[in-house]
Design a protein around this ligand. Structure first.
Ligand code: PLP
Length: 374
């Protein structure tokens, strides 16, 4: 058992290597949600005003996690897809505008931009798989018509880490908006919204941040807060949400303007606890352990002549995700075999995706390596 495993309570025989899909909750998250359930059962919303403190605290934790300038730039939405949609449908597109994305993006970060073709927007897709300097290809794909680049910080199916700073600098210098899907990075690898010069960031909490599904961070840089058009309306987005008799119904000046109705308090309490745990371990520490795990798996898999590592092995490209293929066995069969041996992973990117977190004991990774030694 590593010093961190005791914060979790996974079944002993389970090899959980699927944080890039849906993460297990830490024990302290379970206890906080149980306490909230108990409170609801026993006294309903008697302490509703205290619930709001969790919301404020979560905004502070997320601000710190991405190094935003202010909690006013943080909205709590229901998913990455919803946050990206707030951007895509909040901008004022003109026929002839273009958007540049990576061709291998998760559907949410692709079909959304393609849906803008109905307004005469062109979507240029740049393949990330063939070229080591795909960022340069993305930059080359931009021209005077380009309004926005949208890219994942880490690609979901290959684990390839994007050089966000390079793209962000180009965007800044050329007046192009920069939108980052950071769901495969936040909670696992360091991320600084100002360093990468992102205008918008979207990330649900149920992967590396170890929260529950249904609660996502949406970061909107201050200067864009009031320029994104609003498409959802409700009491919670107003400047004074609890003054129901107010005649002035102006939307909040902060990113709360994107949160139309009642907050997901249970999800907020869960993510707050999970982020408190990550904060106590320290993101730099977490990143170091995760990259050590990744290097260990790549090295072990590379020693097996029947395995092919599909993820990039370039140091700057490493993330928490390793994808591997067995040369003698179709990935669907390999996936079934691993499942029978209690390995939780995912068939992705033409192979099997393994995504351990910082607390994953090394002996679980060694067990995996042994299971693949044929
Ligand atoms: C890169 C990426 N973006 C978006 C999503 C979907 O996120 P959500 O369900 O929060 O919309 C996923 C889920 O796997 C993903 O890997």
């Amino acid at each position: 058992m590593t010093q961190y495993t005791c914060d979790f309570n996974l079944k002993d025989n389970l090899i959980h290597l699927n944080h890039a899909a849906v993460a297990p909750w830490p024990v302290q998250t379970q206890l906080a949600v149980q306490a909230f359930a108990e409170e609801n059962v026993r006294q309903g919303s008697l302490n509703y005003l205290q619930w709001l403190e969790h919301e404020a605290n979560l905004r502070r934790l997320l601000k710190t996690l991405i190094n935003a300038d202010s909690t006013d730039e943080i909205a709590l939405l229901k998913s990455t897809s919803e946050a990206l949609s707030v951007v895509a449908y909040g901008l004022d597109w003109q026929a002839g505008d273009s958007v540049v994305i990576a061709a291998e993006e998760f559907p949410s970060n692709r079909i959304l931009w393609q849906s803008l073709e109905q307004f005469g927007v062109t979507v240029r897709q740049v393949s990330y798989q063939t070229d080591d300097d795909a960022e340069q290809l993305m930059i080359h794909a931009c021209d005077k018509t380009t309004r926005l680049i949208s890219v994942s910080a880490v690609q979901y199916a290959s684990g390839r880490r994007t050089d966000l700073e390079k793209i962000g600098l180009h965007c800044e210098q050329n007046n192009i908006l920069f939108c980052v899907d950071a769901i495969q990075q936040l909670g696992a690898l360091d991320f600084d919204v100002n360093k990468v010069k992102a205008d918008f960031v979207a990330a649900d909490g149920h992967k590396w941040m170890l929260g529950a599904e249904g609660l996502a961070l949406f970061y909107c840089r201050k200067k864009h807060l009031t320029t994104l058009k609003l498409h959802q309306y409700g009491w919670h987005m107003l400047e004074n949400p609890h003054d129901f008799d107010a005649t002035d119904c102006s939307p909040a000046q902060s990113a709360r303007r994107f949160e139309c109705g009642s907050p997901n308090t249970m999800g907020i309490i869960a993510l707050e606890q999970s982020l408190l745990l990550l904060e106590s371990v320290g993101l730099a520490n977490i990143e170091k352990i995760i990259l050590d795990n990744t290097r260990f798996l790549i090295e072990q898999f590379s020693n097996n002549p029947n395995l092919e590592v599909l993820s990039s092995t370039e140091p700057a490209r490493l993330s928490a995700i390793v994808v591997v293929r067995h040369k003698q066995m179709p990935s669907s069969e390999l996936f079934d075999y691993l499942k029978q041996h209690h390995v939780l992973c995912a068939p992705r990117g033409g192979g099997i995706r393994f995504s351990p977190h910082y607390y994953t004991p090394r002996d679980k990774l060694e067990q995996l390596v042994k299971l693949l030694a044929f």
